[in-house]
Design a protein around this ligand. Structure first.
Ligand SMILES: Nc1ncnc2c1ncn2[C@@H]1O[C@H](COP(=O)(O)OP(=O)(O)O)[C@@H](O)[C@H]1O
Ligand SMILES: [Mg+2]
Length: 225
């Protein structure tokens, strides 16, 4: 029984154009993400990691190359299809947590399910299950400013899991955390992967990247072995 392929990138490039200057940020990325993978994408600041994450996450489009998602090239989808697909298929975790400051833990966590049109009862049950599974059930009704950085990132991970996405994309998830909290967040991600969740983690920290099952290194917008 082979693992199914979620994403296949073939020779992806990305240029940014400012005035009459073209900056080639990605210069030919080919990459396959299979179900159950735990991949770290690493590289120095400016090597193109966030650009690649935005493309993988359907937040930005490549300049050239092919992106195949669950067997279909994404060029055949409309903007609306793509945002629906993104909300259903990909859970995002960012360095800066991106929680709504006036909303409680559970209100933050259910947001993707509201966009997906899941009924309230169902989304509350699911949010409570996820929060319990990552040890955050006692902070269900706290606002972000009452939580530590590590706790806020766990809320963000719970939110990313809400629609049971095929893939978790995390961009420098430990970047704003002290060592201990960073370790806790990595434990959460490793446990999710053990339970079968596919994870792509972007980090410039070698000791964080080491914890993934596979490391991909970017230098000047290209993958080096
Ligand atoms: N919107 C943009 N317009 C022009 N240049 C950009 C833009 N976004 C990123 N870049 C440039 O692309 C390069 C890679 O950036 P980025 O993908 O953020 O790298 P990383 O996440 O590895 O630090 C940098 O040189 C950056 O200045
Ligand atoms: Mg970055």
């Amino acid at each position: 029984m082979g693992k199914s392929t979620i994403i296949k990138l073939e020779n992806i490039t990305k240029d940014y154009i400012t005035g009459d200057v073209i900056t080639s940020v990605l210069t030919g990325i080919s990459l396959t993400i299979n179900e159950g993978d735990f991949i770290a994408i690493t590289g120095r600041s400016g090597s193109g990691k966030s650009t690649l994450m935005n493309i993988l996450g359907l937040l930005d489009t490549p300049t050239s190359g092919t992106y195949i998602l669950n067997g279909s090239p994404i060029t055949k989808f409309s903007e609306d299809d793509l945002s629906r697909l993104r909300n259903k298929t990909i859970g995002f975790v960012f360095q800066s947590f991106n929680l709504l400051p006036r909303s409680t833990t559970i209100e933050n966590v259910v947001l993707p399910a509201i966009y997906a049109g899941i009924p309230q009862k169902e989304r509350d049950i699911r949010a409570k299950e996820i929060l319990t599974s990552i040890g955050m059930e006692e902070k269900m009704h706290s606002r972000p400013n009452k939580l530590s950085g590590g706790q806020q990132q766990r809320v963000a991970i719970a939110r990313a899991l809400m629609n049971d996405p095929a893939l978790i994309l995390a961009d420098e998830p430990t970047g704003n955390l002290d060592v201990k909290s960073g370790h806790d967040v990595m434990e959460v991600l490793k446990n999710l992967n053990k339970k079968g969740k596919t994870i792509v983690l972007i980090t410039h920290e070698a000791d964080i990247a080491q914890q993934a099952k596979k490391i991909i290194r970017l230098v000047d917008g290209r993958i080096v072995k």
